[in-house]
Ligand binder design. Structure first.
Ligand SMILES: Cc1cc2nc3c(=O)[nH]c(=O)nc-3n(C[C@H](O)[C@H](O)[C@H](O)COP(=O)(O)OP(=O)(O)OC[C@H]3O[C@@H](n4cnc5c(N)ncnc54)[C@H](O)[C@@H]3O)c2cc1C
Length: 240
Protein backbone atom coordinates (compact mmCIF):
# COMPACT_ATOMS: atom_id res chain seq x y z
CA UNK A 1 0.00 0.00 0.00
CA UNK A 2 1.47 3.39 -1.03
CA UNK A 3 1.54 5.98 1.78
CA UNK A 4 -0.90 8.86 1.28
CA UNK A 5 0.78 12.07 0.08
CA UNK A 6 -1.84 14.21 1.85
CA UNK A 7 -0.16 16.78 4.13
CA UNK A 8 3.29 16.16 2.65
CA UNK A 9 5.52 19.16 1.83
CA UNK A 10 8.36 18.93 -0.71
CA UNK A 11 11.10 21.55 -0.97
CA UNK A 12 11.70 22.94 -4.46
CA UNK A 13 14.40 25.40 -5.62
CA UNK A 14 16.28 27.31 -2.91
CA UNK A 15 13.34 28.53 -0.80
CA UNK A 16 10.24 27.14 -2.48
CA UNK A 17 7.99 24.23 -1.61
CA UNK A 18 4.78 22.55 -2.55
CA UNK A 19 2.40 20.73 -0.25
CA UNK A 20 -0.76 18.76 -0.80
CA UNK A 21 -3.40 20.23 1.50
CA UNK A 22 -6.43 18.35 0.25
CA UNK A 23 -7.29 15.43 -1.95
CA UNK A 24 -10.58 14.12 -3.31
CA UNK A 25 -11.35 11.30 -2.74
CA UNK A 26 -9.83 11.64 0.74
CA UNK A 27 -7.26 8.89 1.50
CA UNK A 28 -9.56 7.59 4.27
CA UNK A 29 -12.44 7.17 1.82
CA UNK A 30 -13.43 3.59 0.97
CA UNK A 31 -12.81 4.40 -2.69
CA UNK A 32 -9.27 5.12 -3.92
CA UNK A 33 -8.66 7.86 -6.49
CA UNK A 34 -8.08 5.31 -9.28
CA UNK A 35 -11.28 3.53 -8.37
CA UNK A 36 -13.23 6.81 -8.28
CA UNK A 37 -12.20 7.25 -11.93
CA UNK A 38 -13.22 3.71 -12.87
CA UNK A 39 -16.53 4.01 -11.00
CA UNK A 40 -17.29 7.31 -12.74
CA UNK A 41 -16.69 5.66 -16.13
CA UNK A 42 -18.95 2.73 -15.20
CA UNK A 43 -21.81 5.13 -14.43
CA UNK A 44 -22.22 5.10 -18.21
CA UNK A 45 -23.78 1.65 -17.75
CA UNK A 46 -24.59 1.94 -14.01
CA UNK A 47 -21.90 -0.49 -12.84
CA UNK A 48 -19.07 -0.27 -10.28
CA UNK A 49 -15.81 -2.11 -9.50
CA UNK A 50 -15.27 -5.46 -11.24
CA UNK A 51 -12.07 -6.39 -9.40
CA UNK A 52 -8.58 -4.91 -9.68
CA UNK A 53 -7.53 -6.49 -12.99
CA UNK A 54 -10.59 -5.42 -14.96
CA UNK A 55 -10.72 -2.04 -13.20
CA UNK A 56 -7.10 -1.28 -14.09
CA UNK A 57 -7.63 -2.42 -17.69
CA UNK A 58 -10.62 -0.11 -17.99
CA UNK A 59 -8.65 2.84 -16.61
CA UNK A 60 -5.86 2.26 -19.16
CA UNK A 61 -8.48 1.99 -21.93
CA UNK A 62 -10.00 5.32 -20.86
CA UNK A 63 -6.72 7.20 -21.02
CA UNK A 64 -5.59 5.48 -24.23
CA UNK A 65 -8.81 6.54 -25.95
CA UNK A 66 -8.81 10.03 -24.38
CA UNK A 67 -12.08 9.36 -22.55
CA UNK A 68 -10.96 11.99 -20.06
CA UNK A 69 -13.99 13.15 -18.08
CA UNK A 70 -13.80 10.34 -15.46
CA UNK A 71 -10.31 11.66 -14.56
CA UNK A 72 -11.95 14.94 -13.53
CA UNK A 73 -13.52 13.12 -10.54
CA UNK A 74 -10.22 13.33 -8.64
CA UNK A 75 -9.02 16.68 -7.29
CA UNK A 76 -5.77 17.90 -5.77
CA UNK A 77 -5.39 21.09 -3.70
CA UNK A 78 -1.86 22.41 -3.20
CA UNK A 79 -0.12 25.27 -1.44
CA UNK A 80 2.82 26.43 -3.49
CA UNK A 81 5.69 28.79 -2.80
CA UNK A 82 7.61 29.68 -5.93
CA UNK A 83 9.30 32.67 -7.56
CA UNK A 84 7.18 34.89 -9.79
CA UNK A 85 8.93 33.53 -12.88
CA UNK A 86 7.28 30.19 -12.06
CA UNK A 87 3.95 31.74 -11.02
CA UNK A 88 3.39 33.64 -14.23
CA UNK A 89 3.95 30.56 -16.39
CA UNK A 90 1.73 28.51 -14.07
CA UNK A 91 -1.23 30.92 -14.29
CA UNK A 92 -1.36 30.51 -18.05
CA UNK A 93 -3.01 27.17 -17.29
CA UNK A 94 -6.61 28.30 -16.91
CA UNK A 95 -7.83 25.05 -15.46
CA UNK A 96 -6.21 25.65 -12.05
CA UNK A 97 -8.33 27.47 -9.43
CA UNK A 98 -6.09 29.88 -7.55
CA UNK A 99 -5.85 32.29 -4.69
CA UNK A 100 -2.54 34.06 -4.12
CA UNK A 101 -0.76 36.08 -1.46
CA UNK A 102 -1.29 39.81 -1.87
CA UNK A 103 1.77 42.03 -2.10
CA UNK A 104 -0.63 44.94 -1.45
CA UNK A 105 -1.44 43.49 1.95
CA UNK A 106 1.57 41.48 3.15
CA UNK A 107 5.00 43.13 3.02
CA UNK A 108 7.81 41.15 1.36
CA UNK A 109 10.77 40.05 3.46
CA UNK A 110 14.43 40.44 2.67
CA UNK A 111 14.90 36.69 2.15
CA UNK A 112 11.98 36.36 -0.30
CA UNK A 113 14.14 36.18 -3.44
CA UNK A 114 15.18 33.27 -5.63
CA UNK A 115 18.91 32.66 -5.91
CA UNK A 116 19.72 30.05 -8.60
CA UNK A 117 22.40 27.38 -8.04
CA UNK A 118 23.87 27.84 -11.48
CA UNK A 119 23.53 30.22 -14.43
CA UNK A 120 22.26 28.44 -17.52
CA UNK A 121 23.54 29.64 -20.91
CA UNK A 122 21.34 30.66 -23.84
CA UNK A 123 20.51 27.71 -26.11
CA UNK A 124 22.07 27.98 -29.57
CA UNK A 125 19.09 26.51 -31.45
CA UNK A 126 16.04 27.41 -29.30
CA UNK A 127 15.49 31.12 -28.67
CA UNK A 128 13.33 30.36 -25.59
CA UNK A 129 15.57 27.77 -23.96
CA UNK A 130 18.85 27.34 -22.13
CA UNK A 131 21.60 24.74 -22.35
CA UNK A 132 24.78 24.17 -20.38
CA UNK A 133 25.95 26.41 -17.54
CA UNK A 134 28.51 29.12 -16.94
CA UNK A 135 31.87 28.20 -15.39
CA UNK A 136 31.75 28.05 -11.58
CA UNK A 137 33.86 31.19 -11.05
CA UNK A 138 31.72 33.25 -13.45
CA UNK A 139 28.56 31.85 -11.81
CA UNK A 140 29.77 32.98 -8.37
CA UNK A 141 30.53 36.44 -9.71
CA UNK A 142 27.04 36.77 -11.24
CA UNK A 143 25.35 35.44 -8.11
CA UNK A 144 27.22 38.02 -6.08
CA UNK A 145 25.94 40.76 -8.42
CA UNK A 146 22.41 39.34 -8.18
CA UNK A 147 22.52 39.44 -4.36
CA UNK A 148 23.71 43.04 -4.45
CA UNK A 149 20.88 43.86 -6.86
CA UNK A 150 18.37 42.24 -4.47
CA UNK A 151 19.83 44.15 -1.51
CA UNK A 152 19.54 47.44 -3.35
CA UNK A 153 15.99 46.73 -4.57
CA UNK A 154 14.92 45.69 -1.09
CA UNK A 155 16.58 48.74 0.52
CA UNK A 156 14.65 51.02 -1.85
CA UNK A 157 11.43 49.10 -1.12
CA UNK A 158 11.94 49.64 2.61
CA UNK A 159 12.81 53.29 2.05
CA UNK A 160 9.59 53.83 0.09
CA UNK A 161 7.56 52.13 2.86
CA UNK A 162 9.29 54.31 5.48
CA UNK A 163 8.31 57.39 3.44
CA UNK A 164 4.69 56.26 3.74
CA UNK A 165 4.33 54.87 0.22
CA UNK A 166 1.70 52.11 -0.04
CA UNK A 167 2.83 48.48 -0.26
CA UNK A 168 1.16 48.20 -3.67
CA UNK A 169 3.49 50.91 -5.03
CA UNK A 170 6.64 50.32 -2.96
CA UNK A 171 6.91 46.85 -4.51
CA UNK A 172 7.79 48.46 -7.84
CA UNK A 173 11.34 48.53 -6.44
CA UNK A 174 11.51 44.74 -5.95
CA UNK A 175 13.24 42.56 -8.55
CA UNK A 176 10.08 41.30 -10.25
CA UNK A 177 10.79 37.82 -11.60
CA UNK A 178 12.64 36.59 -8.51
CA UNK A 179 10.33 37.40 -5.63
CA UNK A 180 8.76 34.36 -3.95
CA UNK A 181 4.97 34.13 -3.93
CA UNK A 182 2.65 31.76 -2.10
CA UNK A 183 -0.65 30.56 -3.47
CA UNK A 184 -3.27 27.90 -2.94
CA UNK A 185 -4.47 26.10 -6.01
CA UNK A 186 -6.73 23.25 -7.04
CA UNK A 187 -7.01 21.09 -10.14
CA UNK A 188 -8.55 17.81 -11.28
CA UNK A 189 -6.47 14.84 -12.46
CA UNK A 190 -7.34 15.26 -16.15
CA UNK A 191 -6.12 18.86 -16.30
CA UNK A 192 -3.19 18.09 -14.01
CA UNK A 193 -1.94 15.53 -16.56
CA UNK A 194 -2.15 18.21 -19.26
CA UNK A 195 -0.10 20.58 -17.09
CA UNK A 196 2.44 17.86 -16.24
CA UNK A 197 2.87 16.85 -19.87
CA UNK A 198 3.66 20.43 -20.89
CA UNK A 199 5.65 21.53 -17.86
CA UNK A 200 7.74 18.39 -17.22
CA UNK A 201 8.92 18.46 -20.86
CA UNK A 202 12.52 19.34 -21.55
CA UNK A 203 11.48 22.57 -23.34
CA UNK A 204 9.70 23.92 -20.23
CA UNK A 205 11.70 26.39 -18.13
CA UNK A 206 13.66 24.72 -15.33
CA UNK A 207 12.00 26.87 -12.64
CA UNK A 208 8.55 25.43 -13.43
CA UNK A 209 9.78 21.98 -14.52
CA UNK A 210 11.06 21.22 -11.02
CA UNK A 211 7.61 21.97 -9.55
CA UNK A 212 5.84 19.83 -12.18
CA UNK A 213 8.26 16.97 -11.51
CA UNK A 214 7.75 17.29 -7.75
CA UNK A 215 3.96 17.10 -8.24
CA UNK A 216 4.32 14.08 -10.48
CA UNK A 217 6.70 12.16 -8.24
CA UNK A 218 5.48 13.06 -4.76
CA UNK A 219 1.75 13.67 -5.15
CA UNK A 220 0.21 12.53 -8.44
CA UNK A 221 1.87 9.10 -8.70
CA UNK A 222 1.39 8.11 -5.02
CA UNK A 223 -2.25 9.30 -5.04
CA UNK A 224 -3.14 7.63 -8.38
CA UNK A 225 -0.72 4.75 -9.07
CA UNK A 226 -2.74 3.22 -11.97
CA UNK A 227 -3.44 6.58 -13.56
CA UNK A 228 0.23 7.57 -13.25
CA UNK A 229 1.26 4.31 -14.94
CA UNK A 230 -1.28 4.85 -17.74
CA UNK A 231 -0.11 8.48 -18.06
CA UNK A 232 3.52 7.39 -18.50
CA UNK A 233 2.53 4.77 -21.06
CA UNK A 234 -0.20 6.47 -23.11
CA UNK A 235 0.51 10.19 -22.71
CA UNK A 236 4.26 10.46 -22.16
CA UNK A 237 4.86 7.31 -24.26
CA UNK A 238 7.49 6.07 -21.82
CA UNK A 239 8.47 2.41 -21.62
CA UNK A 240 8.05 0.97 -18.08
C1 LIG B 1 7.36 25.36 -23.54
C2 LIG B 1 6.31 26.40 -23.51
C3 LIG B 1 6.53 27.64 -24.07
C4 LIG B 1 5.54 28.64 -24.04
N1 LIG B 1 5.80 29.85 -24.60
C5 LIG B 1 4.86 30.83 -24.55
C6 LIG B 1 5.09 32.12 -25.12
O1 LIG B 1 6.14 32.39 -25.68
N2 LIG B 1 4.12 33.05 -25.01
C7 LIG B 1 2.92 32.79 -24.42
O2 LIG B 1 2.08 33.67 -24.36
N3 LIG B 1 2.66 31.57 -23.89
C8 LIG B 1 3.59 30.60 -23.94
N4 LIG B 1 3.33 29.36 -23.38
C9 LIG B 1 2.03 29.15 -22.75
C10 LIG B 1 1.11 28.33 -23.70
O3 LIG B 1 0.84 29.06 -24.88
C11 LIG B 1 -0.22 28.03 -22.98
O4 LIG B 1 -0.88 29.26 -22.69
C12 LIG B 1 -0.02 27.28 -21.68
O5 LIG B 1 0.87 26.19 -21.87
C13 LIG B 1 -1.36 26.75 -21.20
O6 LIG B 1 -1.75 25.72 -22.06
P1 LIG B 1 -3.28 25.37 -22.30
O7 LIG B 1 -4.02 26.54 -22.85
O8 LIG B 1 -3.31 24.11 -23.12
O9 LIG B 1 -3.71 25.01 -20.80
P2 LIG B 1 -5.01 25.37 -19.97
O10 LIG B 1 -5.25 26.82 -19.90
O11 LIG B 1 -4.84 24.62 -18.68
O12 LIG B 1 -6.18 24.73 -20.76
C14 LIG B 1 -6.28 23.30 -20.88
C15 LIG B 1 -7.04 23.00 -22.14
O13 LIG B 1 -8.38 23.49 -21.98
C16 LIG B 1 -8.84 24.01 -23.21
N5 LIG B 1 -9.11 25.44 -23.01
C17 LIG B 1 -8.93 26.18 -21.89
N6 LIG B 1 -9.35 27.43 -22.06
C18 LIG B 1 -9.82 27.50 -23.31
C19 LIG B 1 -10.37 28.53 -24.10
N7 LIG B 1 -10.56 29.77 -23.63
N8 LIG B 1 -10.74 28.25 -25.37
C20 LIG B 1 -10.57 27.01 -25.88
N9 LIG B 1 -10.04 25.99 -25.20
C21 LIG B 1 -9.66 26.22 -23.93
C22 LIG B 1 -7.74 23.77 -24.24
O14 LIG B 1 -7.97 22.53 -24.86
C23 LIG B 1 -6.51 23.67 -23.40
O15 LIG B 1 -5.46 22.92 -23.99
C24 LIG B 1 4.30 28.37 -23.42
C25 LIG B 1 4.06 27.11 -22.86
C26 LIG B 1 5.05 26.13 -22.90
C27 LIG B 1 4.77 24.78 -22.27
Amino acid sequence: MVESPLGKRVNVLDKGWIELVDLMPHPESKVSGDLAIVNAARVSFLGESKGPDRDKRLLFYLLRHRHTSPFEMVEFKFRVRAPLVTWWQWVRHRTWNMNAQSGRYTPFKEEDFYVPDVWRKQSADNKQASEGTLEASESLELTDKLLRHYDEGYRLYEEALERGVSKEMARLFLPGFSVYYTWVTKIDAHNLMHFLRLRMASDAQYEIRVYAKAINEHFFAPALPWTAEAFRKHVLNQAE
